[in-house]
Design a protein around this ligand. Structure first.
Ligand SMILES: [Zn+2]
Length: 416
């Protein structure tokens, strides 16, 4: 017997479709389009690319320090406003489209429309650079990791440039990637490809592993962002690991800021940066008063080995310091592999981050990199040996047994 279609059911389905479309198009963009479902107290939210200790140190001893204090205060304020804005909707369709806004030196997000996906370049090069860097981050994740957007679902990428009056920082709050302007004294710009890749990778980490942002897991969270930040640059330039400079944020500082002294003479020509993955602790050396030979210096203090792990209550338990230890291991491994870091090393780290879960220690994460290496490249024990050697150079011996991710050995809670 032929089944009769019920006209009421058909009408109901039609109404549902119309309601869904109306819902999609009418809900304000701000709520529709969040890149993650970050809840207050969650693990993701780094607010600010510059570590707070650097801003504090500059504010403490640099002439014209008020703007750095303002940046610090504003950064703190942003933490709470970001948490209250972060909400519940994922984008319904796959797009990963870019939207760049201009805050016009105000502190209201997002500001005026500056350049949206598919539109031609505008006069403001900061807007164009931001648009291009956002595109490279998206294209890297798509091409190398088959990932569509930060959440893997093609959420829109939204950027705000010219934020605030004296905001010397860049940050990602779960919805917007926001850039202040450099003061041209110490900072030249914050719109930088590696910085953009670093910040947006916090979004990927939040979706992949929800890694904590305190102590050693927090340092690994920072490390993941540095790794994928430089990988995006190396991929876009088609550089081998040996050719790459391994610097994080080398366009941030003005020429007045020098690099620290590097052990490799070849690398002494490199400019100052915020971090040096290959030689942690040599990224920058800021002379506070260049006219005074006795002037105080603010130097990069990242440790390069586990034995020098910095115990501190500030900076979420030293997340921006201790990331240098794992950074060096990654850079050394990629160079010893001999090819492109965005090939095998990138795949190993991408997988290991997920395997390692929320609260890995360095030795636990090292275990997961070995595991990921064997899963991805079975039988390649030469690669495993290179990986273990890189970790041992920074004093990390991977765990022998599979770590229990449910019972972390170390604290991942705020300590202050
Ligand atoms: Zn970060």
């Amino acid at each position: 017997m032929k089944r009769q279609q019920n006209p009421i059911t058909l009408l109901g389905v039609l109404l549902l479709i119309v309601a869904a479309l109306g819902f999609y198009f009418l809900i304000p963009d701000k709520d529709m389009d969040l890149t993650t479902c970050v809840q207050p107290g969650s693990t993701a939210s780094e607010i600010g690319f510059l570590p707070p200790y650097l801003l504090k140190e500059i504010a403490h001893c640099y002439p014209g320090k008020s703007k750095y204090l303002q940046t610090l205060t504003l950064t703190e304020k942003l933490k709470s406003s970001a948490q209250s804005r972060q909400g519940m909707f994922y984008q319904l369709f796959h797009r990963s489209a870019r939207r760049v806004y201009d805050a016009k030196h105000l502190e209201d997000l997002p500001g005026l429309k500056a350049r949206f996906e598919g539109e031609p370049p505008v006069r403001d090069m900061i807007v164009n650079n931001c648009y291009d860097y956002g595109g490279l981050v998206r294209d890297y994740y798509r091409a190398v990791h088959n990932r569509e957007g930060l959440d893997g679902k093609g959420s829109r990428l939204k950027f705000v440039v010219h934020y605030g009056k004296d905001f010397e920082n860049a940050y990602w709050d779960g919805e917007f990637m926001v850039f202040g302007d450099g003061d041209q004294e110490i900072f030249s710009t914050f719109v930088d490809l590696v910085v953009t890749g670093h910040e947006l990778t916090h979004g990927v980490t939040e979706n992949e592993a929800r890694t904590a942002y305190w102590g050693m897991p927090g340092a690994l969270n920072e490390h993941y962002s540095d790794v994928f930040g430089v990988l995006i640059k190396q991929w876009s330039l088609k550089q081998t690991a040996k050719q790459a400079d391994w610097l994080i944020g080398d366009s941030l500082f003005t020429k007045k800021v020098a690099a620290g002294v590097k052990t490799d003479p070849e690398r002494r020509k490199l400019p100052a940066a915020l971090r040096d993955m290959l030689e942690p602790g040599t990224a920058y050396d800021i002379t506070v008063n260049p006219k005074d030979p006795q002037s105080e210096h603010l130097k990069d203090e990242q440790p390069a080995r586990l034995r020098d792990y910095k115990q501190t209550l500030s900076d979420n338990g030293g997340v921006h310091y201790n990331s240098g230890i794992a950074n060096r291991a990654f850079a050394l491994f990629a160079i010893s592999d001999g090819g492109y870091a965005y090939e095998k090393p990138a795949q190993i780290w991408y997988r290991a981050r997920r395997l390692a879960g929320r609260t890995p220690s360095f030795v636990q994460f090292a275990y997961w990199t070995v595991k990921a290496c064997r899963q991805l490249y079975p039988g390649d024990e030469e690669l495993v040996a290179k990986l273990k050697k890189a970790w041992s150079t920074v004093d990390v011996v991977p765990d022998q047994k599979e770590p229990d991710n449910r019972t972390p050995r170390i604290k991942d809670r705020p300590v202050h």
